[in-house]
Design a protein around this ligand. Structure first.
Ligand SMILES: [Ca+2]
Ligand SMILES: [Ca+2]
Length: 268
């Protein structure tokens, strides 16, 4: 519990204040986008294939390029956990080209069964992409009342060059956006800051168990260009469990060596 201890009630309260200030100051459009999506999800039960008002699918996410899959059917029963993966704990994750999910916080089997399944630490992931967006679904057990941090290093350097960012999502969130807190790497230290715009994170809210998320990240936030080669540095930390297995973390549980990040690859 050395990691979880760092996210005590006081820390969480401080985080909530920081996030609240950020939202009220309008320092990022992700929270407002997430709110719109959450409203749509709660009013429609999450089965709206159009993605609702805040959904990525209705805002240009549907690929128009030849041969690319369209929107996922979004039919069938809701699932609360992703299907179990085979043992794939090693880097890289090869993101599959898949149908466009409605990123509304509600998982459906037919939205995520075509993603690349990865057991990352104590969280199961499904990772895929369309013509302009990377999609990640995550499910697991709430275990610490702390955030799980998704770390990204678009340029995959061995030392920080200013483009690294992290998305922190609590495993017992009150809000549909996961009580999200963003961090950036500043000279090797992870500090609260703004992730690139356009990232949406949604869960059912009200401390769902199992905890599960749908996340969309536009290529622009990751330095990706459709049709061009490019790997993304990636790491995940939750309650002391890390991905990839060799990720180096400091005493606070945060990555301290970018060269130990894993990677997400894809035919963007
Ligand atoms: Ca969904
Ligand atoms: Ca970098």
């Amino acid at each position: 519990m050395t990691i979880g201890g760092g996210w005590s009630g006081l820390s969480r309260f401080a985080l909530a204040i920081a996030v609240g200030l950020c939202a009220s100051a309008g320092c990022g459009d992700s929270s407002s986008t997430g709110g719109g999506g959450a409203g749509a999800a709660s009013s429609t039960g999450g089965t709206d294939a159009t993605g609702g008002a805040g959904g990525m699918a209705s805002s240009g996410g549907a690929p128009s390029t030849g041969g690319a899959p369209g929107e996922c059917p979004g039919e069938g029963a809701e699932i609360t956990t992703l299907s179990a993966c085979a043992d794939q704990t090693a880097s890289p994750i090869a993101a599959a080209l898949g149908c466009v999910p409605a990123v509304d916080g509600t998982l459906h089997e037919d939205e995520w069964s075509d993603g690349s399944c990865e057991l990352a630490g104590d969280m199961t992931l499904s990772v895929k992409h369309d013509a302009d967006t990377l999609y990640i679904a995550a499910s697991g057990q709430p275990s610490c009342g702390c955030p799980m941090f998704f770390y990204f290093d678009p340029t995959m350097g061995t030392s920080p060059d200013g483009d690294e960012f992290a998305i922190g999502l609590f495993d017992d969130p009150f809000n549909p956006d996961g009580d999200r807190v963003d961090q950036v790497n500043s000279g090797g230290a992870w500090v609260n800051g703004e992730a690139p715009p356009g990232i949406v994170t949604l869960c059912p809210g009200n401390q769902p168990s199992p905890i599960r998320y749908e996340i969309s990240i536009p290529y622009s936030a990751l330095g990706l260009v459709a049709g061009q080669e490019g790997d993304i540095g990636f790491a995940l930390v939750h309650a002391g469990a890390v991905w990839p297995g060799g990720l180096s973390v400091d005493q606070g549980g945060q990555p301290d060596d970018l060269s130990t990040f894993g990677a997400i690859t894809g035919s963007w």
